[in-house]
Write a protein that binds this ligand. Structure first.
Ligand code: ZN
Length: 392
């Protein structure tokens, strides 16, 4: 990869011919048309949304002679795209277009045209520090991933969108990165994340590739890069959501952010009695021993197999001490091991008295079979036999 550092370009050069789309909330072109500032695959204009303080800070930095950091451009033929710095450039361009004012030391607001001629000239002639790179996709990718400046670091999906820009990303963003989508309200019951930061799109991609690895997501994006639509992605995502909604019609907050793609793949061919599932969910929600309510949904889908997902509460230490001394006293009187399973055997441990720390508390009637987490349903087993029994 070939990288060139340029320090000869000024704010005025880059802002020449600046175009901003108010409808889309993004800067479009600069550097007299040679530079695509914020290609459609890039982020929405976050600086202005955050009350404008960031974009003011960028302009005020330039006016005061402070550096605004490195900018990174990618050369594509004779044109350039901003890899990083689009928000700073858009701030500078918007200021020259009179779209917002800055504050001087006395607290007075000034639009660009109301600055003195000297200040305007100083602003426009400020040199920028720009790295321009040209290379293969892989080279740009690994280089781009190391860029982390300006306080608004790109997340991994924003980076992937930039690297695999094209018709597919454009189409996918129309579906998954559209905060006005009427479907979003429903999706939010199941998917966590910020629409504008591409987090719903990321989830959709992870589901369709059945993996959360960056490499799997990127392989898919690369393969579909030039697709004119994202219909496979959309159809699969809708199918998963539809299944989740039909399986658990009552929405719980804990459903949001579960790996519904994996749950769909694992369980969608099973036939469920939806009313029965709902009754089980309600019962588990009411059970204090279930400390991880998020595990309830897969637990009931698994037919009660995956008890570990619920993180069922262990016995209190006071209960353990009580049960241990009672059991040990009785065992000593009977001349048997204080582990009832050892005592029932004929091995060398049949008469062994275990120390408390060498034993584990066990539910006599398994929790999953309705057994309570109380002293009445607690027995101490040696480690070996507790593991052998193997349930909660
Ligand atoms: Zn034992």
């Amino acid at each position: 990869m070939n990288t060139t550092l340029r320090t000869d370009l000024t704010v005025g050069d880059i802002c020449a011919g600046f175009e901003f789309s108010a409808a889309e909330g993004k800067g479009l072109y600069g550097w007299s048309g040679k530079l695509t500032i914020q290609p459609e695959y890039q982020r929405h204009y976050l600086y202005a949304e955050r009350g404008g303080s960031r974009e003011r800070a960028v302009v005020e930095s330039v006016l005061r002679g402070y550096p605004i950091g490195l900018l990174y451009f990618n050369r594509v033929g004779d044109a350039y795209e901003v890899l990083d710095g689009q928000q700073r450039i858009t701030s500078l361009g918007r200021f020259t277009k009179e779209l917002f004012p800055v504050e001087d030391a006395q607290g007075n607001l000034h639009y660009f045209e109301s600055l003195s001629a000297v200040q305007r000239e100083k602003f426009l002639s400020t040199p920028l520090t720009i790295y321009i790179c040209a290379g293969t996709e892989d080279e740009i990718k690994s280089w781009y991933k190391t860029i982390n400046i300006a306080g608004l670091a790109l997340n991994r999906q924003e980076i992937s969108n930039a690297i695999y820009s094209g018709p597919f990303v454009t189409a996918a963003k129309k579906i998954f990165s559209n905060s006005l989508s009427p479907r979003l309200h429903l999706w939010r019951n199941y998917v966590r994340g910020d629409v504008k930061r591409q987090e719903i799109l990321r989830t959709a991609l992870e589901w369709v590739v059945k993996s959360s690895d960056d490499s799997a997501v990127e392989t898919y994006m690369s393969a579909h890069r030039n697709d004119g639509d994202a219909s496979e992605l959309e159809t699969y995502f809708e199918r998963v959501i539809d299944w989740a909604q039909k399986t658990f019609p009552h929405v719980h907050d804990d459903m949001c952010g579960l790996d519904w793609g994996r749950l769909y793949e694992t369980y969608h061919e099973k036939i469920f009695d939806v009313a029965e599932l709902a009754a089980q969910v309600d019962k588990l929600y009411a059970d204090d021993a279930v400390t991880d309510k998020r595990g309830i949904f897969e637990y009931v889908l698994s037919g009660g197999e995956l008890t570990k997902l619920l993180h069922v509460r262990y016995f209190e230490l006071s209960t353990i001490k009580t049960v241990y001394s009672r059991q040990t006293r009785e065992a000593e009187l009977a001349g048997k091991s204080n582990c009832p399973m050892c005592a029932a055997g004929k091995g060398s441990n049949a008469k062994r008295i275990w120390k408390r720390n060498d034993m584990d508390a066990d539910h006599v009637t398994a929790w999953s079979a309705g057994g309570e987490t109380s002293a009445a349903n607690c027995q101490m087993l040696c480690r070996h036999h507790n593991r052998l029994k193997g349930n909660a």
